[in-house]
Design a protein around this ligand. Structure first.
Ligand SMILES: [Zn+2]
Ligand SMILES: [Zn+2]
Length: 129
């Protein structure tokens, strides 16, 4: 683990917002001015391969990284693009539909809820008045 990698890891691990590589880069840059976006990309890809992070493809344009590798689901705000975690133990225990059971081996199941977060809803309401 190089100091740069360590710093990148720390930044992602404490992030609550499922940052993109660009966001991680912006946060690490003030502490490590010599770091390049390319290094951040490569480091995140390595962490993902090692299972330290999981990749989340929410929007076509940006892959987001998630320090939480345990079973959980996501709520995605389509306006501010923030991604929130939630757990749903009942869903994880639900029996799969027959078509899904016959499909192959299921290793993971995730729910992605898309919508507007409260902050964005409030902002819209204020605009309407
Ligand atoms: Zn929002
Ligand atoms: Zn998550």
């Amino acid at each position: 683990m190089t100091p740069q990698r360590l710093e990148i890891f720390r930044e992602v691990a404490r992030a609550q917002d499922h940052p993109s590589a660009e966001q991680v880069y912006k946060r690490v840059k003030p502490k490590m001015p010599n770091i390049s976006l390319d290094t951040v990309y490569r480091t995140l890809a390595t962490f993902e391969q090692c299972g330290l992070l999981s990749k989340l493809i929410v929007f076509e344009d940006h892959t987001r990284f998630d320090p939480n590798t345990s079973a959980h689901h996501h709520m995605v705000c389509t306006e501010c693009r923030k991604v929130y975690d939630f757990s749903w133990p009942v869903f994880e225990k639900l029996e799969l539909p027959r078509r899904a059971r016959g499909w192959g081996i299921i290793n993971d199941r995730q729910v992605q809820l898309m919508g507007l977060c409260k902050e964005c809803l409030n902002r819209r309401e204020r605009k309407d008045k």
